[in-house]
Design a protein around this ligand. Structure first.
Ligand SMILES: [Zn+2]
Length: 157
């Protein structure tokens, strides 16, 4: 079942493996090891920054998952994705319901020497959407580390 022919960066494989075994340096994990004093999520401040919170529960994550149509939402995927890109590019302060997320992203990008946000229509990333549909068919999170689902591999082959 494991194939090494899939061209996935080893850094991604390592991160997925660490995520699967609960070994990422979240504030929750760092607090247990007495490296961090607080474990509250610095983005949403709603809960402890655990791996589950970072990848499933955080407001920021949920917004991205909704935008990618991984989670159900009242969002209109492509149109709202473009809206978000436009908000990120705008020098004006956002006043919408996702203003907290936009502000947080804008604060974080100050650390990059160069960064560009671009909108990619659904047609340009069909493999990602097939992967999302495959993920939706499972109740619990799935991790494809060495190979992708057959439908995805067929699309990118
Ligand atoms: Zn959070």
């Amino acid at each position: 079942m494991i194939r090494s022919s899939l061209n996935v960066a080893s850094k991604i494989k390592t991160t997925l493996w660490k995520m699967a075994i609960g070994y990422l340096p979240t504030l929750s994990n760092l607090q247990v090891r007495r490296i961090a004093a607080v474990s509250c999520c610095p983005i949403c401040r709603a809960d402890e920054e655990s791996i589950k919170h970072v990848f499933q529960e955080c407001l920021f994550t949920r917004q991205i998952l909704q935008d990618l149509k991984v989670a159900s939402s009242p969002f209109n995927g492509e149109r709202d994705a473009l809206t978000i890109i436009n908000k990120l590019k705008s020098p004006e302060e956002d006043k919408s319901t996702i203003s907290v997320l936009i502000k947080e992203i804008k604060e974080r990008v100050r650390w990059f020497a160069l960064i560009d946000f671009r909108y990619v229509p659904r047609k340009a990333n069909e493999a990602a959407h097939i992967l999302v549909e495959e993920g939706r068919r499972h109740a619990s999170p799935r991790f494809w580390i060495e190979e992708a689902p057959i439908e995805v591999e067929a699309k990118v082959a």
